[in-house]
Design a protein around this ligand. Structure first.
Ligand SMILES: NC(=O)c1ccc[n+]([C@@H]2O[C@H](COP(=O)([O-])OP(=O)(O)OC[C@H]3O[C@@H](n4cnc5c(N)ncnc54)[C@H](OP(=O)(O)O)[C@@H]3O)[C@@H](O)[C@H]2O)c1
Length: 250
């Protein structure tokens, strides 16, 4: 059996990550497991999750895999309940799952608007609803929302996506204001990051525009570093928001 290569400076935590089958979620799971935390990874593509879990375990990390669709409120509740049951607590939930099928509003791709609202807003709310009772019962916990630079500025073709990320920002900030200080709340807002996110764009105009916009990108590990930093602070320190983007991005 291999010995975990733990670099963790705080006690190992039980950390749930939604949308961990690729991109930022995957990089975050790999990094936090490398730091010695128990990660619980969820997404729809369980074949991807299983491969990621094998890699984490081969490196000595601890990981559980769970099929979740964040649009399914009961499924997300089952994800958190199972983790709490298995590990005795949940320390952090990283609500990261998201989709970005961009298009101009006059393209009227209304089903794609609905999908962004369902995954990026309802999915976040489902994660909050599922973890909050555990955090309140424990008297501790940490919500991390992966929002976007799109939570701060709007661009053509991105109206609905940005609206969902403004909502994610507002929900997360409201959560912070309402909660007891024993529960920490962090919004991480990435700029352009290498991932599969733009693959969901079906609109040819938006897809072409994104090719140029996304030419300068940073690795998902940079976002994992930011999440690790927020999680690693002492209990009395709450990193409320981090914006991380390519130095060239305006
Ligand atoms: N990459 C960027 O430039 C960038 C910039 C700002 C913000 N973000 C945000 O970062 C987050 C992660 O995106 P990414 O860039 O890493 O893109 P990605 O590689 O496409 O990853 C998106 C993740 O979300 C999951 N997901 C999508 N729909 C889901 C659903 N209904 N239920 C559960 N999981 C679902 C996907 O897994 P399955 O398909 O397997 O379910 C995948 O693991 C998103 O919230 C995105 O908005 C990204």
């Amino acid at each position: 059996m291999t010995t975990p290569q733990s670099t963790v400076t705080t006690p190992a935590k039980v950390i749930l990550i939604t949308g961990a089958s690729s991109g930022i979620g995957q990089a975050t799971a790999v990094q936090l497991a490398r730091e010695g935390h128990q990660v619980v990874i969820g997404a729809r593509r369980t074949d991807r999750l299983t491969t990621i879990a094998h890699d984490i375990e081969a490196a000595g990390g601890k990981v559980d895999v769970c099929h979740i669709d964040v649009c399914d409120r009961e499924g997300v509740a089952a994800f958190t309940d199972a983790a709490a049951e298995r590990h005795g607590r949940i320390d952090v939930i990283v609500n990261n799952a998201g989709v970005m099928p961009l298009s101009r509003l006059d393209a009227l791709l209304t089903a794609e608007w609905d999908r962004m609202i369902d995954v990026n807003i309802r999915g976040l709310l489902h994660g909050i609803a599922a973890a909050l009772p555990h955090f309140q019962q424990q008297g501790s916990g940490h919500f991390v929302t992966v929002a976007s630079i799109g939570a701060h500025q709007v661009a053509p073709t991105a109206a609905v996506y940005c609206a969902t990320k403004y909502a994610a920002w507002a929900i997360t900030e409201g959560l912070r204001l309402e909660l007891d200080p024993s529960i920490r709340v962090t919004t991480v807002s990435p700029g352009v990051v290498e991932s599969e996110l733009a693959d969901s764009i079906t609109d040819t105009v938006a897809r072409e525009a994104m090719r140029t916009y996304r030419a300068d990108s940073i690795a998902p590990g940079s976002i994992a570093d930011a999440i690790s930093y927020a999680i690693g602070q002492p209990p009395g320190v709450d990193v409320n928001e981090l914006v991380i983007r390519p130095a060239r991005q305006r």
